[in-house]
Design a protein around this ligand. Structure first.
Ligand code: BGC
Length: 559
C-alpha cells in the first residue's frame, strides 16, 4: 500500500516514531532536568528498541510555563537542554545510527517572553507590533469586559488585559491556552514569513520532519462574537464530557470558531512546498483534534501535510467492537486521500496507557494487549517515552505539580504532570539513573521494578517484560510493513485480521480464554508473539488458536 510511483513506501509511512519529552528523558548535567546530551547518550537504547525515528517535544528557548510549548525563540535551544551545538550533534548522531529526527513546531502562539510580544506591549494599539497577535479593546464603558466570552482550554478566560506604560489598564490579547501563550494572528504576513524561516532553519540543520502543535488552531473566525456556550465548549474540547448529552457535545464540537477553519489549509499548502524543496523525504505530522474525525483527512491531502495523529486509540476502550470500529473508520477515511494512517496510544498530554486501561495488573495486561494490536496495524505508530516500560501515571502531591492546567482550573483538573515524570533507567535510589541530582518531578520508589535495567534482566522466552514485548513487536512489525490488511473476525470479544498472506493477528478483549479457527491457509502456524504469558509461545499449532483472556497474539503461517 501507499506505493509511490511503484516504489516501496516512504520511511515515515510505516515508521514507529518515539516521542521524547526531553525534560524527563535523561539528564547528564545533574540539574534534575533531562537535556539533549542525555538524549544522545540513549540513542543506542532507542535503536535497540526498534523505532525508526524520534520526535522531540520542544527544546527551544522558553520560560517553560507550559513545558516548553510556550516558545520565546523557536530558532534557539533553551539552556536547560543544552545549546545549538548539542541540537546539531543530536541530529547527526541520530542519523549515524539510522534514526530520523522530528522536531516540534508551535505556530498557534508565542510565549509572552518572545521579542514580538514584548515589542507589542511597548507599542500603541493599532501598531504593526500589536497586529502580529490578537489585540483588541475591551467592551463596556471602561473596556473592562473581554472582547468576547471565549474560555482558555486550560481553564479561565481566553483573554488577558495588558497594562499600558502609564499604568492604566489597556487592551486585551487572546490566548487559547495559558496567559503566557499569546495566540498569533495568521492573517498577518509577517507571521507566515517568520514560521517559514523557522521551518527552513531546522530543515537546514537536517531535521527529517515536524510535529505541528495545535495545527487546527491558527485561523480564527468571528473573533469579536460571543460563543453561545463557551464553558460547555471548553469542557467538550477537554473531553470532560461524562455528564454532557451526546447531541450537545456533537453540536459544540462541530463548529468551533477557533479550530479547524477552512483557511488553515492554505498555510499547509505553502509549508508543503517548503518541505518538498528539500531533499530526503522530509515529513510533517499534524496535531489536530477535529470533528467529525473525517475532517482530519483534509490535512493530509496530497498537497498538504503528510500525517495527522489519529487520536481514536488515545481514548480507546479495551473493547473488541469499539476497536474494530475505530480501525475500520480510520482505514476507510485515510484511503480516500491515499494517506497512511497513524496510531497513538499515549502522549505527554494524556493519561499513561496502563492507567487509562484501569491500572494494576489488569490494566497492564490490557495495555500490553492493545499495544500489540496497535503495532500490527498498517501505517505509522507513535510511542510515548515510558509507554514501552508500562509506566502508570505517577502519583504526585499538589506541591509538585507544574502544569498550568492544574493552576488555571484551581486544582479541579490535576493536569498532565503524572504522565511526564522522568524515566527510571536503573535501580539507583531516588534518581533511578535519570539524573545525578534531584529529578524535577519525583520518581515513585516502586518504579525500580519498571526500570529499563530491571526489564532487560527479565528475559525469559515465556515472560516478556513490557520492554521486551515492545522490542520484539517493533522488530517483528517490519516483517509485514506494506502488506495488505484484511479482516478475519470482528465479534463482541475478538478482533482478527491478516497482514499479507502470512501473518494473522488476534485480540481477545474478554476476561475468558477463547478459541478461534484460523483461515484454511493457516492450517499450520507458529505463534510469533503474545501479550500474555502463554505456553504455546513459539510453538506451532494446527487450525485453531487459544486466546488467553485480555490478550493479543500474532501468528505466522507455516508452509
Ligand atoms: C501540546 C500541549 C500544549 C498545547 C499548547 C498541545 O496540544 O501537545 O502540551 O500544552 O498544545 O501548546
Amino acid at each position: 500500500m501507499y506505493l509511490k510511483n511503484g516504489q516501496a513506501s516512504l520511511w515515515w509511512q510505516e515508521a514507529a516514531i518515539y516521542q521524547i519529552y526531553p525534560r524527563s528523558f535523561q539528564d547528564l548535567n545533574g540539574d534534575g532536568e533531562g537535556d539533549l546530551p542525555g538524549v544522545i547518550s540513549r540513542l543506542s537504547y532507542l535503536k535497540e528498541l526498534g523505532v525508526d525515528a524520534i520526535w522531540l517535544s520542544p527544546f527551544y528557548t522558553s520560560p517553560n510555563k507550559d513545558g516548553g510549548y510556550d516558545v520565546s525563540n523557536p530558532r534557539d535551544v533553551d539552556p536547560r537542554f543544552g545549546d545549538m551545538s548539542d541540537a546539531v550533534s543530536l541530529i547527526e548522531e541520530a542519523h549515524k545510527v539510522g534514526l530520523r529526527v522530528i522536531v516540534d513546531i508551535v505556530p498557534n502562539h508565542f510565549s509572552t517572553e518572545h521579542i514580538w510580544f514584548k515589542a507589542a506591549l511597548d507599542s500603541e494599539p493599532g501598531s504593526k507590533e500589536r497586529a502580529r497577535f490578537h489585540f483588541f479593546d475591551g467592551r463596556g464603558e471602561d473596556g473592562a469586559i473581554p472582547p468576547n466570552n471565549w474560555c482558555s482550554i486550560f481553564g479561565g478566560p481566553a483573554w488577558s488585559r495588558v497594562t499600558d506604560s502609564d499604568g492604566q489598564p489597556g487592551q486585551w490579547y487572546l490566548h487559547l491556552f495559558d496567559s503566557t501563550q499569546a495566540d498569533l494572528n495568521w492573517t498577518n504576513e509577517e507571521v507566515h514569513k517568520d514560521f517559514e524561516e523557522t521551518l527552513r532553519f531546522w530543515l537546514d540543520k537536517g531535521v527529517d520532519g515536524f510535529r505541528i502543535d495545535v495545527a487546527h488552531g491558527l485561523v480564527k473566525d468571528e473573533i469579536l462574537q460571543d460563543h453561545r456556550d463557551p464553558e460547555g465548549l471548553t469542557r467538550a474540547l477537554r473531553l470532560d464530557v461524562s455528564d454532557m448529552p451526546r447531541e450537545q457535545r456533537e453540536s459544540l464540537l462541530s463548529d468551533v470558531p477557533f479550530f479547524d477553519r477552512d483557511g488553515v489549509h492554505e498555510i499547509y499548502r505553502n509549508w508543503r512546498k517548503i518541505f518538498d524543496s528539500y531533499p530526503g523525504d522530509r515529513m510533517s505530522v499534524a496535531e489536530a483534534w477535529v470533528h467529525p474525525s473525517s475532517r482530519a483527512t483534509l490535512y493530509v491531502r496530497p498537497d498538504e501535510l503528510h500525517q495527522i495523529f489519529n487520536f481514536d486509540f488515545l481514548i480507546a476502550e479495551w473493547d473488541a467492537k469499539f476497536l474494530a470500529n475505530a480501525v475500520e473508520k480510520t482505514l476507510q477515511e485515510v484511503a480516500a486521500v491515499s494517506a497512511p494512517p497513524t496510531w497513538v496510544l499515549s502522549n505527554h498530554d494524556s493519561p499513561r496507557l496502563v492507567s487509562r486501561m484501569g491500572g494494576g495488573e489488569l490494566g497492564e495486561k490490557k495495555a500490553r494487549a492493545i499495544a500489540l494490536l496497535t503495532h500490527a496495524l498498517p501505517g505509522g505508530v507513535y510511542v510515548f517515552q515510558g509507554e514501552e516500560l508500562g509506566l502508570p501515571d505517577a502519583p504526585l502531591s499538589d506541591a509538585d505539580r507544574q502544569d498550568p492546567v492544574f493552576f488555571r482550573t484551581k486544582g479541579v483538573d490535576k493536569g498532565r504532570d503524572g504522565a511526564r515524570v522522568p524515566l527510571p533507567w536503573n535501580s539507583e535510589q531516588n534518581n533511578f539513573g535519570f539524573t545525578s541530582g534531584k529529578p524535577w518531578l519525583p520518581i515513585p520508589a516502586n518504579w525500580i521494578d519498571k526500570s529499563v535495567e530491571a526489564q532487560k534482566m527479565l528475559n525469559e522466552e515465556n515472560r516478556l517484560s513490557f520492554l521486551r514485548l515492545y522490542q520484539k513487536s517493533l522488530q517483528l512489525r517490519k516483517l509485514f510493513a506494506d502488506s495488505n490488511f484484511n479482516w478475519l473476525i470482528r465479534s463482541n470479544e475478538v478482533i482478527g485480521f491478516s497482514r499479507g498472506s502470512e501473518y494473522a493477528i488476534y485480540s481477545n478483549t474478554s476476561g475468558e480464554e477463547l478459541q478461534v479457527s484460523l483461515p484454511e491457509t493457516f492450517d499450520s502456524f507458529e505463534v510469533m508473539i503474545c501479550s500474555a504469558p502463554q505456553e504455546q509461545l513459539g510453538r506451532s499449532g494446527e487450525g485453531t488458536l487459544q486466546l488467553p483472556p485480555h490478550s493479543t497474539t500474532w501468528v505466522k503461517r507455516l508452509k
